[in-house]
Design a protein around this ligand. Structure first.
Ligand code: ADP
Ligand code: MG
Length: 258
């Protein structure tokens, strides 16, 4: 395995008395496409939100691209709590696509995509527009640049959200159940875009989904998470056809029959 681009080292996350992650060890290699599956409430979104710096950690260390995410080096082998400047720098390595799209409702599609590249990366407006139009072409929405989110279907909005995340040129793209909020007939068009990204880009992808067939198709590796730790992981053809752990077998039976 090449050097991991993401590494959770004995990470704990507590909300008050509730322990969500308990000594989680988890790695993703550069360019790898990894899917996280597991029951509701098992900590899947929390893992992504920690990486996106939307939630901090209670214990352990998260490494992204060789650097601690929630800490900064303080001397040779000591770590101290990360400063806002460090978090800001680290955030630039990651993008996230949420279940509920989260587009800015008062901005056009084009502006949704150019806003952060202009404000955060300092691109000129023409540069940001060029980049945005290229991405809209990639997600099949070139003709929709001047529309507002409410004028589009959920599937189209989610494709814009993917373009918006890519406009920041992240090394790692996180997807939290990107098709769960969509009407069934719109799931395919969003999966098609993600599939294209998975096959044609060297982007590292970490995806949470309940779409097992899709997970099997696009993942190099599938991790079954239960109660905040990796219960079983493997190549999709192994994990889906011959899960070893009773808990994994039970989960897969329930979702595949359901
Ligand atoms: P999943 O995505 O696997 O369904 P989550 O990571 O969203 O699970 O949540 C894991 C657990 O953490 C759940 O029990 C949830 O209620 C709890 N949790 C998540 N966020 C918070 C929060 N901000 N405050 C308190 N509890 C939370
Ligand atoms: Mg979740």
């Amino acid at each position: 395995m090449t050097d991991p681009i993401i590494r959770f080292d004995k990470v704990a996350k507590r909300f008050g008395d509730i322990s969500v992650l308990d000594g989680l060890d988890f790695t993703v290699s550069r360019g790898e496409k990894v899917t996280i599956i597991g029951p509701s409430g098992s900590g899947k979104s929390t893992i992504l939100r920690i990486l996106m710096t939307l939630e901090d950690i209670s214990d352990g260390t998260v490494w992204v691209d060789g650097e601690p995410l929630w800490h900064e080096k303080a001397g040779e082998d000591r770590l101290k709590r990360a400063s806002e400047a460090h978090l800001h720098k680290m955030r630039g390595k990651l993008g996230m696509v949420f279940q509920s799209f989260n587009l800015f409702p008062h901005m056009t599609v084009l502006r949704n995509i150019t806003e952060a590249p202009v404000q955060v990366l300092g691109l000129s407006k023409p540069e940001a527009k060029d980049r945005a139009m290229g991405l809209l072409d990639m997600v099949g929405l070139s003709d929709h640049a001047e529309k507002y989110p409410h004028q589009m279907s959920g599937g189209q909005q989610q494709r814009v959200a993917i373009a918006r995340a890519l406009a920041m040129r992240p090394d790692i793209l996180l997807f939290d159940e990107p098709t769960s909020a969509l009407d069934p007939e719109l799931v395919g068009e969003v999966q098609e875009v993600i599939r294209k990204l998975a096959y044609e880009h060297d982007l590292t992808m970490l995806l949470v989904t309940h779409e097992m067939r899709f997970a099997r198709e696009i993942s190099d590796r599938v991790c079954f998470i239960d109660k905040g730790s990796v219960h079983e992981e493997g190549a999709p053809e192994d994990l889906f056809t011959a899960p070893q752990q009773p808990r994994t077998q039970e989960f897969l039976r329930a979702v595949l029959d359901g």
